[in-house]
Ligand binder design. Structure first.
Ligand SMILES: Cc1cc2nc3c(=O)[nH]c(=O)nc-3n(C[C@H](O)[C@H](O)[C@H](O)COP(=O)(O)OP(=O)(O)OC[C@H]3O[C@@H](n4cnc5c(N)ncnc54)[C@H](O)[C@@H]3O)c2cc1C
Length: 463
């Protein structure tokens, strides 16, 4: 390996109260929360649109509700509210989301089905950021951190116009990859314990025919109804492909193809995910380039497979792919508190809870006790040793099984509201660092922002 030394560079600088790195699932909500709480806010996004993996990877948004249907007699509770719920309500009004619909089959996994139209999501989220007065710096990469000792003081960015410094009183790392925190000197691990994916949207394919095909083959696994092009029709379906022709099943497994899809439109599958377990972490650029190729190869094969088995889909085509690989995790940033799966399953709450959440992606194997909720404490988004920095989304929670809950879309969004609110309080309240911020002030601001807290938690941990 050869090395060069880069000369020192004079770059232009702008001043902000709060800079959010990454305008994805959590970052959009963080920036909205910061701006609405009075902070001069910028959000920096490497792509040309906002929304992140909520618009690129998943199928349904898990989950605004507790798992009420799996526990007869348990009250149905909407546990995530505030800005995430406002975004969904706004999307639903313009046909960009299904609203909340009861899952018919496999409700013990998620009792609520919520699907989004990814293109409307990108647009509406961007409108909301602009309305809130956030400076949305698109097509701009976060490349470095400005620090004074352990104190974060700004963000270095690169765009087509060159390098720029964004000086900030508080920074939120919402990059998914943990790029900013790593540059700032945070401790982290890079476990490479999940498959990466590229999810595609497929046109010319009928969800009702897919449902019927699965039913005829005794392979129907889950489904839900909701508004599709206006009417209450199927919007989510999955099958047990192990019950189909063994050759078809073998091919599906080879391709890493998830067989669940959602849709809000006739003749369209909003998501078909192709998964691939990389030999190295997705932070390795060259390994990532190979994975991008491999997933595009798999998409072509998957289309052929779907066309060959789902009746009436002979003219199906790939209408959309994610512009870049989507990851389930890259760096895991060491924070002051690391939630365990046991705490999640026991419905544990903390004195410094910033949200309550009730979904687990390994359900029904793992469910939060009695269909209740657990809390994510403020310390879980506060990186160790560094000051003026918060981390949200898929980069928190080191334990694999615990991560299967905290990294889901709706949790990431709620973490965004907590981080954005805290960052605004820090920046506008004259506090020296997040460790000095009185939690009571943060909780009051979150309550004002519509956040819901569990009144009667199953168990409370005070340390
Ligand atoms: C294939 C797949 C399927 C999934 N399915 C579901 C599902 O069905 N339901 C569910 O609830 N969850 C699902 N998840 C999990 C969930 O979608 C993610 O964990 C969550 O969206 C992550 O949110 P985030 O804010 O941490 O990251 P992201 O949404 O990825 O946001 C990070 C943003 O930062 C930007 N960025 C990254 N690096 C930089 C940089 N250096 N400079 C500037 N910008 C940068 C990115 O472009 C992106 O917009 C799925 C995940 C994947 C990968």
């Amino acid at each position: 390996m050869e090395y060069i030394v880069r000369p020192e560079q004079k770059v232009s600088a702008r001043n902000y109260d709060v800079v959010v790195c990454g305008a994805g699932t959590g970052g959009v909500i963080a920036a909205l929360a910061a701006a609405r709480n009075g902070a001069k806010t910028a959000v920096v996004e490497s792509k040309g649109y906002v929304g992140g993996i909520a618009t690129e990877g998943g199928c349904g948004l898990h989950s605004f509700y507790n798992l009420w249907k799996a526990f007869p007699g348990v009250e149905k509770k909407k546990v995530i509210r505030g800005i995430p719920e406002e975004l969904i309500n706004r999307l639903t009004k313009v046909g960009g989301a299904s609203g909340h619909n009861e899952t018919v089959l496999r409700y013990e996994y998620d009792s609520d089905t919520l699907c989004v139209d990814v293109e409307i999501y990108k647009y509406v989220a961007l409108c909301m950021l602009r309305e809130a007065g956030v400076d949305v710096l698109l097509n701009t990469m976060v490349t470095d951190a400005l620090t004074e000792g352990d104190r974060v003081v700004g963000v270095i960015t690169e765009s087509h116009q060159g390098c720029e410094a964004l000086l900030a009183k508080a920074v939120i790392d919402a990059t998914g990859y943990g790029d900013f925190s790593a540059r700032a000197g945070a401790d982290f691990t890079d476990p490479n314990d999940y498959a990466v994916a590229n999810s595609m949207g497929i046109g010319g394919i009928d969800i009702d025919k897919y449902y019927q095909f699965l039913k005829d083959n005794g392979a129907l696994k889950e489904y839900a109804f909701g508004p599709r092009d206006g009417d209450g029709k199927l919007i989510r379906v999955d099958g047990d492909w192990g019950k189909l022709d063994p050759e078809v099943h073998k091919k599906q497994l080879e391709l890493g193809m998830h067989t669940v899809t959602t849709t809000l439109h006739d003749n369209y599958f909003m998501f078909i995910k192709l998964n691939y377990m990389m030999p190295k972490s997705p932070t390795d650029r060259d390994a990532l380039a190979d994975a991008e190729y491999e997933l595009r190869r798999r998409q072509q094969e998957a289309l052929k497979l779907l066309k060959s088995v789902i009746p009436g889909s002979e003219n199906a085509f790939i209408a959309r792919t994610s512009p870049a690989i989507t990851i389930r995790r890259a760096r895991c940033i060491a924070c002051e508190y690391d939630l365990t799966n046991e705490e999640i399953l026991n419905g544990t709450h903390f004195e410094d809870d910033v949200l309550a959440y009730g979904f687990h992606d390994y359900a029904p194997r793992f469910q939060v006790k009695n269909g209740s909720t657990y809390g994510i404490p403020f310390r879980a988004i506060l990186p160790k040793k560094l000051e003026n920095l918060l981390c949200i989304g898929m980069m928190i929670t080191s334990e694999h099984n615990a991560h299967m809950s905290t990294r889901n879309t709706v949790s990431c969004m709620a973490q965004g509201q907590a981080a954005g609110t805290a960052a605004a309080l820090l920046a506008t309240g004259g506090y020296d660092n997040f460790r000095d911020l009185p939690f009571a002030d943060l909780k009051s601001a979150l309550l004002r922002g519509g956040v819901w807290f569990e009144d009667e938690p199953l168990c409370v941990k005070t340390n």
